[in-house]
Every structure is written in C-alpha cells, then in structure tokens.
Design a protein around this ligand. Structure first.
Ligand SMILES: C[S@@+](CC[C@H](N)C(=O)[O-])C[C@H]1O[C@@H](n2cnc3c(N)ncnc32)[C@H](O)[C@@H]1O
Length: 241
C-alpha cells in the first residue's frame, strides 16, 4: 500500500524531524542524528523479525507512533500504549491507519486481556521507568498480555558499569525470566558516544550514506560482548514459554 506523507498533520515545518525530536534526542535541531538512530533501530528490528502479517501487536511506550506507524503494513493490528497524553494525541494525528488503536496507560495495570498479543515492542520505554517496583510490575504486565510463544522485542539503553543509573542487560534478562520469558537475542546495537554517532551529528556523513553507515555500525557493534566506552542500546528479544 502506498502511503502519502501526512503533510496536513505536520506539527512543524518538517514532519519527520519534529516527530523524531519528540521521542529521540530533542536537542537534535538538524534532525540528522535522530534520522540515523531511527534508521538503525528499524534495521536492528528488521534483522530479527519473522512476521506472518497476522500478528496482534502491542507497542508499549509508543510515544507519537514513530514505530507503530512503521509496523502498520507488517502486522494485522496494533495497540499503541503510552502514559503521555500529548504524545498519544500526536500519535493519533500521525497514524490514521485503520489497524491502529491508542490507549493511555501507565503500564502497571494494562486494561487488556491476558494472552492477547503475538508481538510486543518496547523501544526506549522500559528504560524510562526508574522505579524498580514499577519496572518489575510493567514487565509483569507485558508478560501477562503476551500470548504463549509470543515475542517481546526491547531496545533499551543499558549501563556501561554498575555506577550507571541505567539497568544492565542482566537486570533486564533476570526480570523477564522471573515472568516466564526466555531470552533469545541479547546484544548491543549502538554506543551512546561512538565515533559513528559523532560523525553523523557533525554532519560529516552525507545523508545518502546514512543507511549504509547505520548498517555498518550495527554490524560492528553487535559482535562486541562488553562495550564499556559509554552506555549503549541493547537489542533484547524474549519468548513467552
Ligand atoms: C523515548 S520515548 C520512545 C517512544 C517510542 N517507543 C519510540 O521509540 O519512538 C519513551 C516513551 O515511553 C513512555 N513511557 C515511559 N514510561 C511509561 C509507562 N510506565 N507506561 C507507558 N508508557 C511509558 C513515554 O511516555 C514515552 O512516550
């Protein structure tokens, strides 16, 4: 299906730039850094996707629908859930596809039936929950609404060392395991302060090469087991037993 750009719904002069700034780096006024991160996220997800097109999907912490919109043609239907009313308002404007619904919830008591979703996504959402008890409850709720054999994809910023306020990949794994989810994929996809993101932010990389550059960074990074130079984003996939 060909989708026309949603020009009439633009929050600013440049739809994509403003949409990405609202959910990625708000300081990225040029939009290139966010465009790069967006490309890399989608590439990392695509690398592991095995969809039939019949899936019922939950986008936990969907923000303004950046990824939900991208998934509309890949799955049967999507529920985008977020605690932030303003971002949900934007999401409803941007994503007018018939197979998406949005729901406001803090994720502690998700008002949806157990065993409902084949595929659940959380990108930069669980990392935003600093309180350990609330985090644990959120993971429990994701596990509850996931169907048996269903999959949860999470891309979250993780700690470079124990002093970091972010969680470690092991903390994510343990919490998901406590709720009956087994880890099947677990690797870094992007360093917070890598040469790659610096080069992109400085505008050294021509825009037409961004995709190739993202592919190169993803493939360089995913084989490094213990990146220590900064926080990094981790791709984690869990399957419900
Ligand atoms: C950095 S944004 C990412 C949005 C989207 N996943 C994306 O990657 O474009 C994090 C989102 O998580 C949402 N969020 C944080 N804690 C949440 C919670 N407990 N329940 C639901 N949404 C939450 C925020 O409101 C925000 O929209």
């Amino acid at each position: 299906m060909h989708r026309e750009p949603l020009k009439s719904n633009l929050p600013g002069k440049n739809f994509e730039k403003e949409q990405l700034r609202a959910v990625l780096d708000s300081a990225d006024i040029h939009g290139v850094k966010n465009k790069y991160i967006d490309l890399l996220h989608k590439m990392a997800i695509s690398k592991n996707l095995k969809l039939t097109g019949k899936e019922l999907m939950l986008d936990f912490g969907c923000g303004n629908g950046r990824l939900a919109l991208w998934f509309t043609e890949k799955v049967e239907s999507i529920v985008g859930l977020d605690v932030n009313y303003e971002l949900l308002k934007q999401a409803k404007m941007f994503c007018q596809e018939k197979n998406i619904k949005f729901l406001q919830s803090d994720g502690i008591g998700i008002p949806l039936l157990s065993n409902s979703f084949d595929f659940i996504l959380s990108v930069a959402a669980l990392q935003a929950i600093s309180d350990a008890i609330i985090f644990e409850k959120n993971v429990g709720e994701l596990a509850r609404v996931c169907k048996p054999n269903g999959t949860i994809f999470a891309i979250e910023q993780v700690a470079k060392n124990v002093d970091d306020r972010r969680r470690t990949p092991e903390e994510y794994t343990q919490t998901f395991q406590q709720h009956g989810l087994s880890p099947v994929v677990n690797y870094p996809i992007r360093y917070g302060r890598s040469f790659f993101i610096k080069a992109v932010s400085l505008g050294i990389i021509p825009q037409f090469l961004l995709k190739n550059f993202a592919w190169f960074e993803l493939n360089c990074t995913m084989f490094k087991k213990t990146p220590k130079i900064s926080y990094h984003e981790q791709m984690m996939i869990f399957v419900k037993q």
